[in-house]
Design a protein around this ligand. Structure first.
Ligand code: HEC
Length: 164
């Protein structure tokens, strides 16, 4: 072995020994920190405070009862639930039924004679569910889905009571 090699060996051995000492020292420091931490978590309150700090930000909701209920407002009937057939007719039906657009029967007796013969229930049902006849297409609830069955019914009653 050359002189240089033995110098290297000696220095390298010192370095290794120093690293071993450092490692042991760090392990000891780590252990004492851990002991301090555990010693500080004494009470149940500490534990729940820690649990609160490290809890996940979100969780999957598996509660079937948690399905969001529709806001009552979203289900509210058209025109605040009004049962004023004339007002509903003017706002939701007149666009077609006054002009006869698309084959809609105007409020003229002749146009309703055969329709009335079906009976009121049938007329109301056609107005609620929509109806395609010989003249054109009557959209369900006149195209206003927020109208209740009752509102459509009073409107049909208004229409059939005002034939000229
Ligand atoms: C987009 C145009 C349109 C609107 C809006 C409309 N209707 Fe009609 N309606 C029609 C047409 C077209 C017919 C005729 C269909 C046929 O007989 O071929 C009709 C027919 C009817 C009939 C007769 C059904 C039958 O059995 O003969 C009733 C009752 C009626 N509409 C009620 C209403 C009411 C109530 C509204 C408002 C809530 C309304 N309509 C809005 C187009 C419309």
């Amino acid at each position: 072995m050359s002189n240089k090699d033995s110098i290297f060996f000696r220095n390298f051995s010192i370095l290794l020994a120093a690293l071993v000492v450092l490692t042991v020292a760090l392990i000891l420091v780590g252990m004492s920190m851990q002991n301090n931490l555990v010693a500080n978590i004494k009470s149940e309150a500490d534990r729940s405070a820690i649990a609160e700090l490290i809890k996940p930000v979100a969780a999957v909701n598996t509660d079937p009862n948690a399905i969001v209920e529709l806001e009552p407002a979203a289900l509210a009937a058209a025109f605040d639930g009004s049962l004023d057939g004339e007002m509903i007719y003017n706002n939701a039906c007149a666009a077609c039924h006054v002009s006869g657009a698309g084959g809609a029967p105007k409020l003229e007796a002749a146009a309703w004679e055969l329709r009335l013969a079906q009976g009121m229930d049938k007329l109301v049902q056609h107005a609620i569910e929509g109806f395609v006849g010989d003249y054109g297409m009557m959209p369900a609830r006149g195209g206003n889905a927020a109208l209740t069955d009752e509102q459509v019914k009073v409107t049909v009653e208004y229409m059939t009571a005002h034939l000229e």
